[in-house]
Design a protein around this ligand. Sequence first.
Ligand SMILES: [Zn+2]
Length: 258
Amino acid sequence: MNVLFDLNVVLDFFLNRSPWAADAAGVWQAHKDGLIRASISSAGLPTLFYVMRYTLRLLTLDQLSRAATLICALELERIKDPKKLGPWPFEIGLWVGKAATPNRMGAKGARDATPARAKTIAFHNDDRKPSPIPLEDCPWCGTKFTRLSFRLLPDPDYPTDLRVGCANKRCEFSRDRHLPILGVDEPIYRRLPCFMIATVDKFAAMPWTGQVGAFFGRVDRYDAGGFYGPCDPGVGQRLPVGVQPLGCLPGEAEGGAG
Ligand SMILES: [Zn+2]
């Protein structure tokens, strides 16, 4: 009997994806035993190679590390000639699920341990804990990040940015010059990096995430901290923890989806 395997069945088997791995192994064994003759679509071959070669996490982080080096080089060129290359920095964003990066900055008083502030403070106190964003080395010079590499700005109690700096004082991204890397969703929505590494679940959630309207140009002003839409409080007008401007989400979501 000829059977055309859905690619997911093959991935369930090779990646041991629960809860389907056992069933997938059964049909795979049937193919090996000659009970069935299995095929997959030729279009699925490159996908199969790509997914099996890299796990999602490795793929994302490997891409981030390589692309960050490129963005560092671009940013240094821009700094040399901002008249030609523009006043806004070249930056790279890592826009992925909160298991890999913090999605919110967080603020003093919040009990949640997942925002960037809580993760950064935990790493400052004990560098055996995971760093706030999943990068271990400076993408420009290769120096390992230390607990002092991650800074909550402008105010550690109510940060709007998590900036990463290099511990190597000879590196061009040390001292007051941060690496052009954004690893938290909130600064990404505000600073709109020119290059983003993202997972597909983020794209799938775009209609429900009002802030992504900014990716599509729904901003009407900017300052040194980033770009703002009509509903953003802007710098110096911070809202209390957990409070969102009313009435903005549907409009921005429609703008983003459109
Ligand atoms: Zn460095």
